[in-house]
Design a protein around this ligand. Structure first.
Ligand code: OGA
Ligand code: MN
Length: 286
């Protein structure tokens, strides 16, 4: 093994050093990394000199990539790259009411990337290009560990339930004009199991975040109470890891077993730009 691995928090996260992700890794090394990452939910690779093309190449070895669903959120000329940023293409900080900024601020709610798709993503990987001096960390929660820690009665209640996920639910505070009708039509609400079985290790995880609108067949208020309770339970400190970004960091996480969120920063004074690839899911969850 040509790399070093160091656990981060007791229930989530592993830091992997001694690897250059700009170069193709041998298959056996890649398999070891995949195993470690799936086990630990989040893998941190510090200090990577990796450009967008190399970021895309590495990510493609983990699976097919999603194309980012809205043109305004893509890096110029690269539909595989989502920009988590408050900086426009001219390098200026976006105004407070900029539609892209308001959509991106939605990432400050706990979520799983593209859970609003019928085939939701497997994983995401961010690389930091510009980081603020204060704030703007990203937090991750291990929702498999959180499921394990539920009481038996709650597990029994949740097993077998279906949840409705809807991008426009999580973005209900964003101004109407940020989305075209075609964009709305392209991502209608979808159904997923509330408790999801991980296809690689068989572990069950709570699969609910900001895109989760309600429980199918349930009263809306009761749906909300259960969803909010599960998210609050799963994002307690013992299940989470907070990543403080340094330029060059790459972080890979498993959207099948993690929730994540960006923390606030002074986005009208400081700049932040991270690039993300999204590894597509292999099939429907139901
Ligand atoms: C994302 C995301 C959070 C952040 O890129 O998927 O949720 O900290 N980002 O920018
Ligand atoms: Mn996200």
């Amino acid at each position: 093994m040509g790399f070093q691995a160091k656990p981060l928090n007791p229930k989530i996260g592993i830091e992997i050093t001694g690897l250059d992700l700009s170069q193709p890794l041998p298959p056996d090394e890649l398999a070891e990394i995949r195993k470690l990452w799936v086990e630990n939910v989040v893998a941190v690779f510090p200090d990577q000199s990796v450009n967008d093309d190399q970021h895309i190449s590495f990510s493609k070895r983990l699976g097919d990539l999603e194309m980012i669903n809205m043109a305004a959120l893509q890096a110029e000329g690269r539909p595989e790259i989502y920009e988590a940023t408050n900086v426009d293409n001219n390098g200026n900080i976006m105004t407070d009411d900029h539609p892209v900024l308001t959509i991106n601020r939605g990432n400050q709610k706990w979520h799983s990337d593209s859970s609003f798709k019928a085939v939701p993503s497997t994983a995401s990987m961010l690389r930091a290009y510009i980081v603020p001096e204060e704030g703007g960390e990203t937090e991750f929660a291990n929702m498999a560990a959180a499921y394990d820690a539920l009481d038996a009665e709650t597990k029994e209640l949740c097993d077998g339930l279906v949840a409705i996920h809807d991008f426009y639910w999580s973005r209900r505070d964003v101004q109407e004009q940020a989305f075209s009708q075609a964009e709305r039509d392209a991502i209608p609400p979808v159904r997923h199991p509330l408790i999801r079985v991980h296809p690689e290790n068989g572990r069950k995880a709570i699969y609910a975040g900001s895109h989760t609108r309600e429980i199918e067949g349930w009263d809306f208020a009761e749906s909300r109470a259960l969803i909010d309770r599960l998210i609050t339970h799963g994002t307690q400190p013992e299940f989470t890891y907070r990543h403080e970004w340094v330029v060059g960091d790459m972080v890979l996480w498993d959207n099948r077993s993690a929730l994540h969120r960006g923390l606030t920063f002074d986005d009208q004074r400081e700049k932040r730009r991270l690039h993300r690839t999204t590894i597509a899911g292999s099939g429907p969850t139901l």
